[in-house]
Design a protein around this ligand. Structure first.
Ligand code: MN
Length: 232
């Protein structure tokens, strides 16, 4: 049986609509899983039903997380949070991990993971941390923007079996202090943390870049998704 992967929906504040980039679903479908877009809801009974029926979860990119999640006041450089996503995904991620179901977190997802484990975020990289690397590339996003070093023997290193990886980069926030129990798996050439995993879990991995903008069948995406889906 192919694993069913619950995918957190994106939210368009202007249109009051949920939406999703097809790349997230293709990553799953083209690599042997069944993607399922979750409703945007904080109803625990509804979420509980998906927590039971889905074999794994993909947490997508999106709005900046409310800094109150990591004990800070929101500064003007921080984007407008999406409170319903924060509440839904905060609950869902805790429960997914409590049930030890596999979880892949992309961009906002890895930031949420870090915040849930007591870590902090840069609210705005360009104004808080000077760097020669631009982390907010201009489209098209299916190209390498900077390199990351994969930490030896980390989960990501074991999956991709290499120490350097070219990634795209479309984020103005990033992990500042790493959360308790998280292991750094990838660091960009300017020192920004771009990947973490949860040591105690079967498979909880977060990356700061966007695999969904690349073709689902690149060598890297095939290896990443094979590791995630086979854990489900
Ligand atoms: Mn980056």
């Amino acid at each position: 049986m192919k694993p069913i992967i619950g995918v957190t929906p994106l939210y368009d504040e202007e249109r009051k609509s949920i939406w999703l980039l097809p790349g997230y679903l293709e990553l799953i479908e083209k690599n042997g899983g069944i993607p399922l877009i979750l409703p945007l809801t904080t109803n625990k009974e509804v979420l509980e039903s998906f927590l039971t029926s889905c074999d794994g979860f993909l947490f997508t990119g999106g709005q900046d997380i409310d800094p109150s999640f990591y004990g800070e006041k929101k500064r003007s450089v921080c984007g407008i949070p999406c409170r319903v996503r924060d509440e839904m995904e905060g609950y869902l991620m805790r429960e997914v991990i409590a049930k030890d179901k596999p979880l892949l977190a992309i961009c906002r997802g890895v930031q949420l993971l870090n915040a849930l484990y007591g870590g902090t975020l840069y609210q705005d990289l360009p104004s808080e941390r000077s760097s020669s690397v631009c982390h907010q590339m201009i489209p098209p996003y299916a190209k390498v923007q900077h390199e990351v070093q994969l930490i030896e023997n980390s989960l990501l290193h074991r999956i991709l079996d290499r120490t350097k990886l070219g990634v795209n980069s479309y984020h103005h926030q990033a992990i500042k202090e790493v959360g308790n129990g998280l292991e750094v798996t990838a660091v960009s050439t300017d020192g920004v943390i771009e990947g973490v995993s949860l040591k105690s879990a079967k498979f909880v991995l977060g990356v700061q870049w966007h695999p969904e903008f690349f073709d689902a069948s690149t060598t890297e995406n095939k290896a990443l998704m094979a590791a995630f889906l086979s854990a489900c």
